[in-house]
Write a protein of this length. Sequence first.
Length: 247
Amino acid sequence: MDQQTEQLNSAQEAMYEGKAKRVYRTEDAGVYRVAYKDDATAFNGQKRGTIVGKGVVNNQMSNLFFQLLETKGVHTHFVKELSERETLVRALTMLPIEVVVRNLAAGSMASRLDLEEGMKLAHPIVEFYYKRDDLGDPLVTTDHIEALGLATPSDITQVKQMALRVNEVLSDVLRTVDVILVDFKLEFGKTDEGEILLADEISPDTCRYWDANTNEKLDKDRFRRDLGGVENAYAEMMRRVREVASL
Ligand code: TMP
């Protein structure tokens, strides 16, 4: 963290601290400042570690993707990148759900249904998880979400459409730099006016990226599964996403 960032952060208490980010209020009630950390956790916080430089990669990669998505009609919380690790975003009321899109079977879906990782799915799948650390973020159906009042039917329809659009846009651009977008997780929030925006981050922490030629994993699975070369994988993905951004 540069000195200026350090001073800013120590002067102000975070409004919210998550596993990978801190969120601060700003003078503008409609805008928050997000600071990305190098802390890494997996399995609902049971495994802990540090991925050196991760905060910088996740901040910059998320911001490049958010800006690209804006040009493709997906509205996001992105306002302005402040520094390597810090970004201004719109203040939102977050929906308490994680939205996962899958193109290939992997991770929890492969385990749950006893599928080989990498099996192609006939079409992209959208899954919803209830954000509850104490329950380990359980898989829920849209009926659960509606019946529990976690989101309205219209919210769910919009979120699903946006998630599939994100999948199209990111799958297409990543293919140009020899990356397969296997699956990813998104989070959404609502403005005071009721508009749903894509929020949180899109990074190697929240996506599975496989090299298209070797199937090498270029994401957080290297940390989750103790595969080594975690920092190099994050740096390599950042290099490829920058290549896309400069096209
Ligand atoms: P899963 O296969 O473990 O359910 O993960 C699906 C996708 O969601 C994968 O790209 C990693 C991402 N993910 C998160 O961003 N946060 C999480 O807490 C989990 C479990 C997965």
